[in-house]
Design a protein around this ligand. Sequence first.
Ligand code: ADP
Ligand code: MG
Length: 428
Amino acid sequence: MQLPSSVFATWLKDTAGLSFADGKLVVSVPNVFTSEWLERRAYQLVHRTASKIVGQPLDVVFLIKESQARKETATSGPSTRRPNTAPMFRTGFPNRRYSFDSFVVGPSNDLSYNAALSVASSFGEHYNPLFIYSGVGLGKTHLLHAIAHRCVQQSINFLYVTSEQFTNEFITAIRQRSTEEFRSRYRSVDVLLMDDVQFMSGKEQTLEGFFHTFNDLHNTGRQIVLTSDKSPRTMPYLEDRIRSRYSWGLTTDIQAPSLETKVAILQTKAKEKNVPADNVVLEYISERTGGSIRDLEGAFNRVMATAQVSKGTVTLSLAKRALEERGAHRSVTTRSPEKVLEAIEGAFQVDQASLTGSKRRRDFVVARHAAMYIMREHLKLSVSEIGRVMGGKNHATVIHGIKRVNDYLELVDGFKAKVEAATDQLAS
Ligand code: ADP
Ligand code: MG
């Protein structure tokens, strides 16, 4: 690899190829820092080198291994050695933005916030299990990640899993007759964070499997935190077992935020992103959106991206324009790739030379891929035409770039709003 050996020693020596299938190479990395560094600084290099070796363009995914430190401090329970298939976390977990510090507390969520905080201050000793429920987009996943951060800081052996992942793994274990291994893997954690348990509702066999795990953990004093989009009352099977058997558990809910809380959340966000924003504008955005904080953030990002594309300041009338256009689905009318470059330049705040160049800085790469995506999806340009406009990129690079956009939509904060603002600009 073309890296100085000191860099190699720090960042690559403890990584290993885990699996390779369907054009996807999974690389295990020892910790969050390594995965972030590699994603940010060396993604293209790893990608290119691996693609060259295999002879086809690859997607590279970094997965974080349970750290050695955590394994060693895990004291309770039978010391099962983790098989290679041990649960691992997708790169970027826990999400840096989802911490207790960045969680705005108001009357709608203070119970859940405080419960999560006290659980994280001494695991297994307060509410166990803690069960948080709310409508979608109100902060459940945020709180679970915040707890996970505390686990990382204290080197506590934890596992974050969605109940969908749990269900899939469970079904696979049954099929492969490896349910014992499956159970012992889950049994070896000190803190189990399970997101979206409503997914298991009605899946009796999975629930049964889950309660085995649950009992094993609970009986040995391990902490369990569950979240759900539905009230436990609508899931009698779950409720029966959690509520009645575990009287020292706690169920809390999160309500839709008040206008004040919404404005406070946007103020925090504006500060985080270092953009000046008038309270009048933030109030307008808050009034315009429904209860979900995810929607609130989407609307905010939309306004900011529109301001960037049109190089305007964030005024009330700009906010109105940005949010009124929302959902109108105006279609892209231009056929000019140069116009796309201009719009992306504005939305992503990246200059043209960097956009069509080949520097691997993360924000350049993301903007570049967004441009390729719009040219393909909306302008229907051929891959080779796109490669030419983008400064002479080859076929594989363009195809790979367009594919990466799906990941960004999910993982990169504000990405969707920027792409939308750019495509708005291209509609007339
Ligand atoms: P849920 O899991 O309940 O569907 P999430 O935890 O994914 O919701 O939250 C949706 C978005 O709203 C996330 O970006 C999250 O950071 C943000 N969010 C939710 N509640 C708060 C809060 N109280 N303060 C700051 N951001 C919040
Ligand atoms: Mg969630």
